[in-house]
Design a protein around this ligand. Structure first.
Ligand code: ARG
Length: 587
């Protein structure tokens, strides 16, 4: 695939310029305009070093390569058929051209097909790399709060986090996916007290989590009238902390019900966490954190609380470790969790997929760990994301202003159901396909955007099969699969003839880029690179599909074009799977 091709070309070029193989590899890029060639080597950096002009450098390089070829091959012209057969002497290069400060490289057409066979058709996991083998990545994602429904922020964290897990796996890392449930804090004292008081008045058989929410709201309403309730809640929480059996049982019940509710939604999205370790898991590890901070002289008193101060130039408020009443807090738990993930779980990288409103929190936590002298804290990353903005009136919410995770899934299901009823009412497995397309729409609509920006949520766009949407990509897969069904024979995993038209060449080359896209998507923790790439594949496929007849051509051409269809289907399926999107056979 592309990264292998880049390696081959770097190997060839390294004897000709003053850069080593890795430097050339990193510089080689795919030109934005296809007509400029397949790869391009910018020579600006090198020209600076050698105090020459990049245009000169590119021209010299072109002349040098052309001379070498004509000497080796007598009068052969670059790109001739005979040359192509001459044992890779040309490293797949058909033509080089100096343009501005770049050396543009055009590769031979036969080269792509060979690569598609070896890199795509004969692979189970396409575009995967071995780079991370032997290393573990802990990904903290979704992490909702118990006794509350998940809102859109958790939906984003869940979808982005899942894609990051899959991307990490594609790079060979062992992924430790963690659900850091918010399952501890004084609110559980209030809830337990309220449950004991009023529990019998509510129905816990249908949707227990809704009943808990009602009780919680009632607690706050009654507390407005009777301030002693807050005290009672605090008292109950103290009992929970002390391990009081009854209180603990109520707390466990709340977690059980909440988890069942979360799991229902995770199942729809196909999400699985290897570890569910809520905040309470670190209860017995907090003293150790405090001790370590004391040992390193980092803990200081401030207004009765224990805090870690930062240098003035860091411009951050101190990190609160222990409140004046001795209670631990969110940050302390995250410190304990990070230490646990590094020391016990042996994770090399710690990723946190959490909204941008927690930026300060993670900055503080990471910095405290650095101050503690932990080198590994440099490998901690807060993967932030922005908010959803809805066009007015397009989303009905159950609880006033907050938009719930589930509301979005339901809305998408309703809209997709309507669309299918209208366009393809006789579809097989209608419910299943509705769910697959509805999920595809929601996930793709999110991941196609740069996660750090806010998402303008436009349902028409999200579910349209014509636009840049999940259903559009799914529809391209469906189109490929339907062609394969019509073909009626097994599709060959090799090409019978050379596909040389511009549309075919462009598509072949595009398909080969998945490995590169997966690598940069993971390196930047940005699934939108992958989503955008899949849209490009779809667009190239559509040009190919409209420019050429596939079925009903001569046998060799038909077979080769079907092989190209198969390769496209595989790339799209693999890419969507990494984003967490299922692919229906029909829609
Ligand atoms: N429960 C938190 C929330 O819903 C998110 C937790 C994120 N993970 C973490 N390690 N702090 O806001």
């Amino acid at each position: 695939m592309l990264n292998d091709i880049k390696k081959t070309i770097s190997l060839y070029l390294k004897s000709k310029i003053n850069l080593d193989e890795a430097q050339i590899y990193n510089l080689l890029e795919v030109p934005k305009v296809y007509e400029h060639g397949h790869l391009s080597l910018p020579l600006f950096q090198m020209a600076k070093l050698e105090k020459t002009n990049p245009m000169e450098l590119a021209k010299n390089l072109q002349a040098q390569i052309e001379k070498e070829y004509s000497e080796k091959l007598g009068s052969e012209k670059l790109g001739s058929e005979e040359l192509q057969s001459k044992n890779r002497i040309n490293y797949g290069i058909e033509k080089v051209q100096a343009v501005g400060g770049y050396l543009n490289i055009t590769l031979q057409s036969s080269f792509f097909q060979e690569n598609v066979v070896s890199g795509i058709l004969s692979k189970k996991q396409i575009g995967f790399s071995q780079e991370g083998v032997g290393q573990k990545v802990a990904v903290d994602f979704s992490s909702p709060n118990v006794a509350k429904p998940m809102h859109v922020g958790h939906l984003r964290a869940t979808m982005i986090g899942n894609a990051i897990c899959n991307l990490a796996e594609s790079q060979g890392y062992e992924v430790l996916s963690i659900n850091h449930l918010g399952d501890w804090g004084s609110q559980f004292g209030k809830l337990a007290w309220a449950y004991k008081q009023w529990g019998s008045e509510y129905d816990f058989s249908e949707r227990p989590i809704d009943a808990f929410l009602k009780i919680y709201i009632r607690f706050h309403e009654e507390a407005e009238k009777d301030p002693t309730l807050v005290q009672k809640g605090t008292e109950q929480f103290r009992r929970l902390e002390e391990g009081d059996l009854e209180t603990r049982q109520i707390w466990e019940l709340i977690i059980k019900y909440s988890m069942a509710d979360f799991s229902r939604l995770y199942k729809i999205l196909g999400i699985h966490h290897k570890f569910v370790l809520g905040e309470s898991f670190y209860n017995d590890k907090l003293e150790d954190v405090v001790q370590r901070l004391k040992d390193k002289n980092l803990l200081q008193e401030s207004e009765g609380a224990q805090v870690v101060f930062f240098d003035e130039k860091e411009n951050m408020p101190p990190c609160l470790i222990k409140k004046s009443d001795g209670a631990s807090i969110y940050a302390t738990r995250d410190l304990a969790a990070a230490i646990y993930r590094h020391e016990e779980m042996k994770a090399h990288k710690l990723l946190y997929v959490v909204g941008q409103d927690q930026t300060l929190h993670f900055k503080q936590v990471f910095r405290v760990l650095e101050k503690m002298g932990y080198e590994w804290a440099k490998e901690m990353f807060h993967i932030t994301f922005g908010l959803y903005r809805f066009k007015d009136g397009k989303l009905s919410t159950r609880q006033g202003k907050i938009v719930l995770f589930e509301d979005i899934l339901n809305q998408s299901m309703d809209l997709v159901r309507e669309m299918i009823e209208e366009k393809n009412p006789n579809l097989n497995h209608k419910e299943l396909v509705t769910q697959q397309v509805a999920i595809g729409a929601v996930i793709f609509n999110d991941l196609v955007n740069d996660r750090s920006k806010n998402v303008e949520f436009d349902w028409d766009r999200a579910i349209s099969i014509e636009g840049d949407s999940g259903p559009y990509v799914q529809y391209t897969v469906v189109r490929c699969r339907s062609l394969m069904r019509k073909f009626g024979k097994p599709v060959k995993e090799s090409f019978e003839t050379l596909l040389q038209s511009p549309e075919e060449q462009k598509l072949l080359f595009r398909l080969l880029q998945l490995d590169h896209v997966l690598k940069i998507s993971f390196n930047h923790f940005k699934p939108n690179f992958l989503a955008q790439y899949l849209l490009e594949v779809c667009s190239d496929f559509s040009h190919f599909y409209h420019a050429h007849r596939i079925l009903g051509e001569s046998e060799a051409i038909e077979s080769s074009r079907m092989t190209l269809v198969l390769a496209t289907e595989k790339i799209l399926t693999q890419g969507l799977q990494i984003l967490g999107i299922p692919t229906p056979d029909e829609m």
